[in-house]
Design a protein around this ligand. Structure first.
Ligand code: HEC
Ligand code: HEC
Length: 221
């Protein structure tokens, strides 16, 4: 009896630490596991956050570009940014549907009309006050042919405006600056009586260009 209870106690004394040690290892293993899990969850979380930040960025960039396109493709801008036929366009309630400029006007390759009749023969430094009088701004002329926007898609204008070979050797910052500073561009927002101005403002448009540029200037597919 005495021997039996001694052996029992001995067994307990021998086995218990082993069990205790085992239990501890399991516990710390579990803790390590849960730490690793937490770690990887956090990593996943921050990856998802980065991904969703990128998604928000590219969504903002696309929205900003869409607004730039709204401006560039507006008749007050695109009617001067015409293809190699060199013919200015006019459009709006003032003119009827979009068509080539009346009176057989052509910019010629000079884009300012030296070949036939100079734009400045009719277009003065500022808008005429007369109904249907010619609008005006300093150096009234067509945009160079490579800056062609009239009836071009969002993708086409997007690719053109980013290409220094076709945008007058400009960075996108220069493009934004041109929109902020240039008097012909500004005319698009004060085009004279009876003509619808371009949407937004020159400053907003320049800001949209910079926002789009800062997110890598993505073009539509
Ligand atoms: C013979 C006179 C005359 C000449 C030359 C002339 N224009 Fe015009 N242009 C006008 C008149 C007038 C209007 C306004 C018509 C109206 O409002 O109904 C006009 C309007 C315009 C518009 C405004 C169209 C719009 O929808 O916003 C543009 C752009 C334009 N001309 C470009 C040119 C360019 C570029 C040249 C030179 C290549 C030129 N014009 C030469 C008389 C002329
Ligand atoms: C009367 C004609 C005319 C009108 C209207 C006009 N532009 Fe232009 N645009 C030009 C000419 C000319 C140039 C070339 C200027 C240069 O390169 O220095 C030009 C160049 C530009 C450029 C330089 C880069 C590039 O590739 O096109 C931008 C940006 C631009 N225009 C924006 C606009 C916007 C925005 C509007 C309307 C709000 C507008 N323009 C309306 C004649 C016009």
């Amino acid at each position: 009896m005495q021997i039996k209870s001694f052996m029992l106690r001995a067994a307990v004394l021998i086995l218990l630490p082993g069990f205790y040690a085992f239990a501890q290892t399991a516990d710390s293993l579990e803790r390590t596991d849960s730490l690793e899990l937490k770690d990887s969850l956090e990593r996943k979380d921050s990856l998802e956050r980065t991904n969703s930040l990128e998604a928000v960025n590219s969504q903002n960039a696309t929205q900003a570009w869409n607004k730039v396109y709204e401006v560039f493709s507006h008749p007050r801008c695109a009617n001067c940014h015409v293809p190699k036929d060199n013919l200015p366009r006019w459009s709006g309630p003032h003119y009827g549907k979009t068509s080539v400029h009346g009176m057989n006007i052509s910019g010629g390759q000079s884009r300012i009309g030296v070949e036939t009749i100079m734009c400045s023969t009719c277009h003065a430094q500022s808008n005429s006050d007369e109904p249907h009088g010619p609008p005006g701004a300093p150096v009234w002329m067509l945009a160079p042919v490579e800056m062609f926007w009239w009836q071009q898609s969002s993708k086409q204008i997007c690719e053109q405006i980013k290409d220094p070979a076709r945008n007058g050797g400009r960075t996108l910052e220069d493009v934004a600056h041109h929109i902020e500073e240039d008097e012909l561009v500004h005319w698009g927002w004060s085009p004279g009586k009876g003509r619808e101005p371009a949407p937004y403002s020159a400053q907003e448009t320049a800001d949209f260009v910079m926002l789009w540029a800062s997110a890598g200037a993505p073009c539509p597919e």
